[in-house]
Design a protein around this ligand. Structure first.
Ligand code: SAM
Length: 264
């Protein structure tokens, strides 16, 4: 199986959002627990949001794909949440969930997991309704100076991006430039959260092998600082005992980075 070209256009041509959800996010109580990488990201976001450090009215997620798990802790903090992606087919999967369509992906186990972490102060159903009342879907392209073009929003309090920059950027130069584009959406003093993999070259969805930019920790740190941010934390998680095998996704580790935009 030959890997695809790196870069956004591949996603319009080749990405199967439904298959991606099945392969990477479906769970079965008997046979398929939550992927340990995802558990790491969820618990990190829970810790960050329960600390009260991040506050504000509005957040944006870039490259959200067909996925909503990144906002399960953030949804209590913000009044307005923009979930964005390059590929319409991904946004359509989220729309199905927002509208409770019959074949929408079931995020209940993820909701339950976060509700348990939060001490069950609300039910998964209540969390789902809260998210539905706050989310707006938009197109995005992180390689553009304004990644939300043609939409222009006032600067926001928080921007997150998960497993997207390694798919959208071909090299360190593009990675650095895209990060600058992303940070331009944040208010001075606002926060940036990045979740992605280190030292990967591909992941597989169905019978398509998607190329991934192989990142190193130092490359990420350099780009975040060049984009005008100070890094607050950089957590790395390695787990070889995973339900998604290395044949599907050859990452060495997964990281979560939190940074704030410097006031100039
Ligand atoms: C591996 S998927 C990650 C999806 C989701 N964030 C997750 O964590 O599972 C990569 C995502 O990046 C999106 N993407 C690729 N290039 C992009 C670009 N230039 N701008 C915005 N999104 C992009 C793809 O459409 C896809 O949804």
């Amino acid at each position: 199986m030959e890997p695809t070209e790196l870069g956004p256009s591949t996603y319009n041509d080749c990405f199967n959002a439904k298959k991606y959800l099945e392969d990477y996010y479906s769970m079965d109580p008997e046979t398929k627990p939550m992927c340990s990488d995802v558990r790491f990201v969820i618990t990190t976001l829970h810790r960050i949001f329960s600390s009260g450090l991040i506050k504000g009215e509005t957040m944006i997620e870039l490259g959200a794909g067909p996925v909503i798990y990144h906002i399960l802790s953030a949804c209590d903090t913000f009044k307005k949440i923009y979930l964005t992606d390059y590929f319409d087919g991904n946004l359509r999967q989220i729309e199905k969930w927002l509208k409770k369509e019959n074949n929408a992906f079931d995020w209940t186990p993820y909701m339950q997991y976060v509700c348990d972490l939060e001490g069950n102060r609300c039910t998964p159903e209540e969390k789902g309704e809260k998210i539905r009342s706050k989310v707006t879907l938009l197109k995005s392209d992180v390689t553009l100076a304004n990644p939300l073009e043609p939409v222009s929003l006032p600067k926001v309090d928080f921007v997150m991006i998960g497993a997207c920059l390694t798919c959208a950027c071909k090299n360190e130069e593009e990675f650095t430039a895209s990060l600058k584009n992303i940070v331009s959406l944040i208010k001075p003093g606002g926060y940036l959260f990045i979740e992605d993999c280190l030292e990967a070259s591909y992941y597989i969805v169905g019978d398509i092998k998607f190329s991934v930019l192989s990142l190193k920790e130092e490359m990420v740190r350099r780009a975040v600082v060049k984009a005008g941010c100070a890094i607050d934390e950089f957590e790395i998680f390695r787990d070889s005992q995973d339900s998604v095998t290395r044949d599907d996704f050859d990452r060495e580790s997964v990281f979560c980075l939190l940074a704030h935009k410097l006031r100039k």
